[in-house]
Design a protein around this ligand. Sequence first.
Ligand code: UD1
Ligand code: MG
Length: 485
Amino acid sequence: MRGGNENVSSQLDVAIVLAAGEGTRMKSQTPKVLHPIAGKTIIAHVLDQVKELKAKEVRVVVGHARELVEPEVKSVAPAANTVFQSERNGTGHAVQLALADLKATGTVLILAGDTPLLRSETLAEFIKAHADSNNLVSVLTSQVPDPSGYGRIVRDETGSIVAIVEERDASEEIQLIDEINTGVYLFDIAALRESVAKLKTDNSQGELYLTDVIADLKANTGKAAAILSYDYTETLGINDRSQLAECAAIMRDRINDQHMKAGVTIIDPTTTWIDSTVKIESDVTIHPSCALFGTTTIATQAIIGPRTTLNNVIVGKGASVIESNCTDSEIGSQSKVGPYTFLRAGTKLAANSKAGAYVEIKNSTVGEGSKVPHLSYVGDATIGSGTNIGAATVFVNYDGVEKHRTEIGNEVRIGSDTMLVAPVIVGDGAYTAAGSIITENVPAGAIGVARAKQRNILGWVLRKRSGTKSADAAAKAGATEEQGS
Ligand code: UD1
Ligand code: MG
C-alpha cells in the first residue's frame, strides 16, 4: 500500500468504531477496550488516531459495560456519537445498528476498538488507496507470523479477494493462510447498507459477521479489494492478556524510539516504560527499569533511574532521581533525589535541593538549596531556603485526629533525630539540638533544646553486668565497680 495522506478528510464521511463486545477472552471485570496501554485506554488510542482523519461523523458502538465505556468515549472524543447495541449479535449486527439512522452517504471507515497500534498515517494511506480505486469495499489486511484467532483472507487465482473466513469456520487449508483481516474496512455507505441487511447467522458462532459483506460485494459487483498493510504490528488486535502484553511492548518500543530520535538516552529500552502522555526534553538520560507515567515532564540534562517510577512528576533541568518512587510532585532544577526516596503528592523541591536516602515527603515545600539528606519523614511542611534537616528527623504532622503544618525558615539547622510536633514554627537561622522533641516554636536565631540532660552512672556495667564482655572491656579501660557508687 502506498499513497499520500493529503485531503483525507474530504475522502472520509463517517468513521464507525466497534466497541460493544464483551472481551470474554480477557477474563476481566474491566471491559476490554478500557484496559490501559501506555497511559491511555485501548479505545482512547483508537479514537485519538481516528480523530486525526477528521471524518464528518464518528460513531462508536457500545454495549457491554456501556456505563463505563460511554463516558470514556465522551471524554476522549466529545464529538463522537455512541450507538447502543444491547445484544451482541456480531460485528455485522453492530454495523446494522450504526447505520440505522445515519443520514450520510459516501465513504465509511469501520474499525474495531481493540486495535490500539493502528496509526492515523496508515489509515490515511488506506483511505487514499481506496479513494483512488473504484471499489465499494476495501479491507486492510496484514501478513502475520501467527494468524491464529483472526479471519483469513481468501484470494482467487488472480490475487483478488474472494472472502474472509473466520478461524472457527475455516478448513485446515484456509487456516494455513497467514494474511489476516485487520478488522479495518472502507465501504461505500449505500452498498454497505444494502449488503449488511442481507447477512445471515449461518456460521459457527451464530452471529452476523461483517466480514461476509466482503464476499457478497465481491460476488455481486466485483468491486472489492484487499489492501495489504506494511507493518503487521500496527494491526494486532487485543483479545486476551497475552495480546495485551504484546501490544503494550510494541507501544513501549514505539514510544521509546520516538524519544531516542528526539535526543533522549534510554540505556535499556526493554525495561523502560513511558506513557504516551509523558514529555521529555533532549539530553535526558534514563537508566534501566524506569516507569514514567501520566503528565510527567522531564527537562534537559536530567538523569532518571535506575529503578525509578515517576507518576505526574515535573523534573527540572539537570536534576537526578535515582532508585525512587515519586507521585504528583515537582523536582526543581539541579536537585537530587534518591536513592530510595518516596515523594508523595504535593511535594515541591525547589532548585538545588536534596531529598536523600530513605526520605519520605508529602504535601511539603522544600526551599532552594535545602536538604533532607537521610532517613526522614517530612509531612505537611514548608521549609525555607538553605536549610538542612538532620538525619532521621520526623515531622510529626498527625495528632491521631488531624494533620497540622510545620514551618521551617531559611538557613535553619535541624539536629538529627528531631521530632517536630506540628503545628510548630522554627524561625530563620534557628537550630534544634539533636534528639529534641520540639513542641514549641523556636524563634529566629535560637537553638531549641528539648531533651533530658545526660547523666553518666559510673561503674554501672561492672556492678550490674559483671562477667560480660562489656564489663571486661570496661575493666581493661580502667573502670571500677566502686566508681560512682
Ligand atoms: C474480528 C473479525 C476478524 C478479524 C479480527 C481483527 C469478524 C466476524 N471477525 O474478529 O475477521 O481478523 O476482528 O481483529 O468481524 N463487536 C461489537 N459488537 C458485536 C461483536 C463485536 O461491537 O456484537 C466489536 C468488539 O467490541 C470488537 C470488534 O467488534 O471491538 C471485533 O470483535 P471481536 O470479538 O474482537 O472479533 P474478533 O474475534 O477479533
Ligand atoms: Mg478482536
